[in-house]
Design a binder for this molecule. Structure first.
Ligand code: UDP
Ligand code: MN
Length: 262
């Protein structure tokens, strides 16, 4: 068994590739000693595929739907589980003994390698329903057995929110009560929503943030979305990180100039 450990993210479209590069470069900026891995599907462009190969230690292509897959027929009836299943593929990365999954819409603000001291499944509370964990940042142990059990669980019970977070919360259902060490402090997954809902707490504790999560439809790279005044600072930091990368990265949409005029 390998002792290697990795940060893992996921990008199934070109815009999410932009986010993925920021995850990688912000992790490197803060001197991680772990590998940085991205899972992609075949529908990302060649251009992005090459860029990701420069930025990540490993680019792993996962099939969104494999015709040989024994699950295919059941899966076809549940199109909403597609993206969910893609994220769940992270459990197949058994070349690593432990991993930290980071959504492609996260930005790392300092070294967070201490997350590898935690066990599966560690995650921070979801701001919308704190008895559920948010699946944008979580610690897990790759295992083909767990992967199979997760897929079975999805096929039998679906996902109560149609995404990976509903599935993972019903699978790791004892998270909220079992072991406080599996509750990551909120500063490891600070989302915009919490800035609106509890601004004084953000003023008090926000400067301790370690990972910012641009949860919801307003991604830093998407046009036509507005961010709260407080999040704007993090959005500019995201762009700074994106543009700091040495290789010339594609800007999928919108153009930088459009984004800056918002
Ligand atoms: N994702 C992706 N392609 C998509 C949607 C999602 O690759 O079309 C991946 C990406 O890593 C993303 C994660 O799945 O960060 C979860 O989706 P998102 O962050 O948009 O959900 P939210 O955090 O806003 O609930
Ligand atoms: Mn997210």
């Amino acid at each position: 068994m390998s002792a290697a450990e990795a940060f893992v993210t996921l990008a199934t479209t070109d815009p999410y590739c932009m986010g993925a590069t920021v995850v990688a470069s912000s992790l490197r900026r803060h001197g991680t000693t772990r590998s940085i891995v991205v899972m992609v599907t075949t529908n990302i462009s060649e251009e992005w595929r090459h860029t990701l190969e420069e930025v990540f230690d490993e680019v792993i292509v996962v099939d969104e739907m494999d015709s040989e897959d024994h699950l295919r027929l059941s899966w076809l009836g549940r199109p909403e589980l597609g993206i969910t299943f893609t994220k769940i593929h992270c459990w197949t990365l058994t070349q690593y003994s432990k991993c930290v999954f980071l959504d492609a819409d996260t930005l790392v603000l300092c070294n967070v390698d201490e997350l590898f001291d935690r066990d599966e499944l560690s995650a921070a509370p979801d701001p919308g329903w704190p008895d559920c964990f948010n699946s944008g940042v979580f610690v897990f142990r790759p295992s083909l057995q767990t992967h199979d059990r997760l897929l079975d669980h999805a096929l039998q019970h679906g996902s109560f929110d149609g995404g990976d977070q509903g599935l993972l919360n019903s699978f790791f259902s004892s998270w909220s009560v079992e072991d406080i060490h599996k509750h990551l402090p909120f500063i490891y997954n600070l989302s915009a929503t919490s800035v609106y809902s509890y601004l004084p707490a953000f003023h008090q504790f926000g400067h301790n943030a370690k990972i910012v999560h641009f949860l919801g439809p307003a991604k830093p790279w998407s046009s036509g979305t507005s961010h709260s005044h407080t999040m704007e600072g993090f959005v500019s930091l995201w762009w700074k990180e994106y543009l700091s990368q040495t290789s010339s990265l594609p800007v999928t949409q919108p153009s930088q100039d459009e984004e800056k005029t918002q």
